[in-house]
Design a protein around this ligand. Structure first.
Ligand code: SF4
Ligand code: SF4
Length: 419
């Protein structure tokens, strides 16, 4: 159902690496560790040795392959576009096929593979609370995924009482002459930030579109990709494709960069795949709809917020960097300011933060100087994972900065009175 190449399928691309080292300066893991095994070139050498039968799936190889955020930064800077993120993904699946899921991989499978479990865990309890933690069986991989060690001192959002599906109906009827848009919310906008998911659904509806938010959609599969779980990727992709097949949609909108990266990059077409059509990030959609001019025409607020922007890797590597900034600059309540290293990875990286919590934080801490120098009181982004990580970064640094989704600021401009 989805494109899951094996290491052998990448043989030609692996041979394309000319060992030039251009990837070095752009790898967030290498910038922190300084080790050749962390960077794309080192990983490609290992993959080539594996193909040649010179190395096996030993501990060193497992460790080097775990040290990758699958951010794609090396790929876009590589003269030959060697797909290191895909090659690392193929190697992780090979490791899992050979040695079984890691404890973190088991946790991901338990959580993202079952919507019933997600709902049960979230019902009436804070996902990250000690109370909920006690409800997780000792043997569950969730114990590791959400262990106190990993979550220790981390800033986490309060869990909303109602998830996205309790806030927005499955179908919002729009104007008869406008097409139906699908909304793919993903786990984070459904359960952690449903107020953002609600804007993702209701804003296009307010522009006259009918909006379809299928209830049977689930996790996009990015955590499964990150943990090397090929069968789970297939299971989740099949469920999502079937969920969107039940109604004809013109375009599918996302407001999560990771979901966008997963759906755009890995849901290969077979037949009648709704994701084969246009998958559009919400910033791009709103820019296409003329919202930039509409926002710029609103009366400017006297009291404006100083806001900067962080590029999520999966939007940046897809070339979506201009529209979020255009929207932010047009906002009447915002004084937009660019920050140094806006495109530097925040360090979350799917399951990377669970596997390497200290390294994940150290990578994220490289953002602090840029945020501080910008003088921003808010940092906007287009990925809920980045928002979670950014809030943790600024809180630990003691900066009075709030991390928000760009959509929240757009909604504020459109609904709140001029101040
Ligand atoms: S930039 Fe590309 S070709 Fe150069 S070393 Fe890195 S992966 Fe190889
Ligand atoms: S995908 Fe990102 S973390 Fe992985 S090797 Fe490339 S730049 Fe480094």
């Amino acid at each position: 159902m989805v494109e899951q190449k094996t290491l052998e399928d990448y043989r030609d691309e692996i041979a394309q690496c000319v060992r030039c080292g251009a990837c070095q300066a752009h790898c967030p893991v290498y910038l922190e560790t300084g080790r050749e095994g962390s960077v794309a070139r080192g990983k490609i050498v290992l993959a080539a040795s594996m193909l040649a039968g010179e190395v096996g799936l030993d501990e060193r190889l497992r460790n080097e392959m775990s040290l990758c955020l699958l951010c794609g930064s090396c790929v876009v800077k590589c003269p030959n576009r060697v797909p290191t993120d895909g090659i690392v993904g193929a190697l992780r699946r090979r490791i899992t096929d050979d040695q079984g899921l890691s404890p973190i991989g088991k946790g991901v499978a338990a959580l993202t593979g079952s919507k019933v479990l997600i709902k049960t865990l979230l019902k009436g309890a804070d996902l990250f609370s000690p109370l909920l933690f006690k409800k997780i069986p000792e043997t569950s991989g969730l114990r590791l995924r959400f262990s106190p060690d990993i979550l220790k001192d981390r800033s986490l959002p309060p869990l909303p009482e109602r998830n996205l599906f309790a806030r927005v109906p499955e179908f919002l009827e729009g104007e008869a002459d406008k097409p139906v848009l699908g909304v793919f919310a993903g786990c984070a906008l459904t359960y952690l930030y449903p107020q953002v998911g609600e804007i993702l659904a209701r804003l296009p509806h307010s522009l006259g579109y009918s909006v379809f938010l299928p209830r049977d959609q689930g996790c996009c599969g990015m955590p499964a990709l990150s943990s090397g779980n090929g069968p789970l990727i297939d299971k989740l992709a099949s469920a999502n494709i079937n969920a969107f097949r039940t109604r004809q949609v013109d375009t599918i909108l996302t407001a999560c960069a990771s979901c966008h990266g997963m759906l755009a990059g890995h849901y290969a077409a077979k037949t009648d795949n709704p994701f084969e059509g246009e998958l559009v990030d919400i910033h791009v959609f709103l820019a296409q709809q003329g919202l930039i001019d509409q926002l710029a025409a609103l009366p400017r607020w006297r009291q404006r917020l100083r806001v900067t922007y962080h590029d999520p890797c999966h939007l940046r590597t897809a070339g979506i960097t201009v529209q979020p900034r255009q929207l932010l600059r047009a906002l009447p309540q915002v004084e937009f300011v660019e920050m140094e290293d806006a495109g530097l990875c925040c360090g979350l990286g799917g399951t990377f933060t669970a596997a390497h919590p200290e390294l994940s934080r150290s990578i994220g801490d490289h953002k602090v100087a840029g945020i501080q120098a910008s003088g921003a009181e808010m940092i906007a982004s287009g990925c809920p994972g980045c928002i979670l990580q950014l809030q943790d970064i600024v809180d630990r640094a003691g900066l009075p900065v709030k991390a928000v989704h760009t959509l929240e600021l757009i909604q504020q401009a459109l609904t709140e009175p001029v101040q």
